[in-house]
Design a protein around this ligand. Structure first.
Ligand code: DAH
Length: 365
């Protein structure tokens, strides 16, 4: 850093005779030269602070000079004192001048490092948006809640009892093979359908029951354009006195009309599910060709959208509901399938590939 102040060197002399004013003048002059040189080479505000302390601090060089004044003869003291004061002012003033210059330079350096260009236009922040499946799921839920259903969720990992047995699948029932199940243990599994909420809903509430159960389901299947190992379903169940098949037809048709923003035509085809009697497949008149036949409906004129039926008396019995007094309908539909139809998506795998070019096409409502 800086050389030793001449006043450190003068200690020996200080102890001896009164100082010659010319000697003092020299020292003051030397100190000033040293200070000016140091100030010249200072490159940052922290070093400037060090110099300030060195010269103007309580134990600094100027203070040392002041102390040695008493060694100057009384007659020379005022004149020498004035020179020391002048030096002190000089030092203080130059430091004061230097400080803003150094700070400005430091700010400039930082700006350069940050390469901040304030003339650049602002960057657009991309807000995330809901996945198209969730957008449609929200819409489905809104419509059904608007029609009087409330939501009940069930577990993804469930027992054989709720997924099969309580739904009238006997232990050796061949219908268990209809759904390729992921078993976690002989008794626990990944639910194969949201129908696992049916008996839970009946256990939790007395009729009238009007519940929908949205959620993920899992099947041990080969992944193709049309099937996946997991997908979403929405189960609906309505149990009360006098609920009839006509209620199922009307409710389902009304729901689909609202979802597709059109007067849709439905068709109920007999089918088999152990937990309903009679069981049905619900078809929708093809939205693309209005039933004439096209590639979307594989030239049948109809699109399959749900499984449905009248709740089997055995299922009601499992839940402790009087099957003589009450009847009910239930349906289960695949959400991905409805999204395919609503948005003309051809391959179900697109939904889980996280390709933003695909996902960004579906702006949230
Ligand atoms: N759980 C059936 C499945 O995943 C769908 C289903 C069919 C649900 C008929 C129902 C129903 O509630 O009544 O294939």
């Amino acid at each position: 850093m800086s050389p030793l102040s001449p006043f450190d060197l003068s200690n020996a002399e200080r102890r001896t005779t009164k100082k010659e004013p010319t000697m003092m003048h020299q020292k003051i002059e030397q100190l000033k030269t040293d200070f000016d040189a140091e100030l010249e080479s200072v490159s940052n505000s922290a070093d400037l602070e060090t110099i300030k302390v060195k010269y103007l601090g309580k134990k600094g060089a100027v203070q040392d000079l002041m102390k040695s004044l008493k060694e100057v003869s009384a007659e020379d003291r005022p004149a020498v004192g004035k020179i020391i004061n002048d030096l002190k002012e000089h030092v203080a003033l130059r430091i004061e001048e230097a400080l803003p210059r150094l700070i400005a330079r430091e700010d400039g350096d930082r700006m350069q490092q940050e390469t901040l260009d304030i003339t650049l236009p602002g960057r657009r922040r991309h807000a995330g948006r809901k996945h198209v499946i969730n957008q449609v799921l929200d819409e489905i839920i809104d419509i059904l809640v608007g029609m009087g259903f409330s939501i009940q969720l069930g577990p993804d990992i469930d027992s054989d009892y709720y997924n099969f047995e309580a739904l009238n699948f006997a232990a050796d029932h061949p219908a268990r093979d209809m759904q390729d199940t992921f078993y976690l243990s002989p008794d626990m599994l990944l639910r194969t359908h949201t129908s696992n909420v049916q008996v839970r809903a009946m256990e939790a509430h007395q009729p009238p029951i009007r519940i929908i159960a949205p959620g993920k389901v899992y099947r041990n299947e080969t992944i193709t354009a049309r099937s996946h190992v997991f997908f979403q379903q929405v189960e609906a169940i309505y149990i009360d006195k006098g609920v009839s098949f006509a209620d199922l037809q009307i409710t389902m048709t009304e729901f689909l009309s609202k979802l597709f923003h059109a007067e849709v035509e439905t068709r109920f085809r007999p089918s088999y599910f152990p937990f309903v009697e009679p069981g049905m497949e619900v078809d929708l008149r093809c939205l693309s060709c209005q039933g004439v036949g096209c590639s979307l409906c594989k030239h049948t004129g109809w699109l399959e959208v749900a499984g449905a039926g009248m709740v089997h008396p055995n299922v009601l019995k499992h839940a402790g509901i009087d099957s003589e007094a009450y009847t009910g309908f239930a349906w289960g539909m695949g959400v991905e399938r409805l999204v395919l139809l609503k948005h003309g998506v051809k391959d179900i795998r697109m939904f889980t590939e996280n390709d933003l070019r695909f996902l960004r096409q579906f702006t949230s409502i």
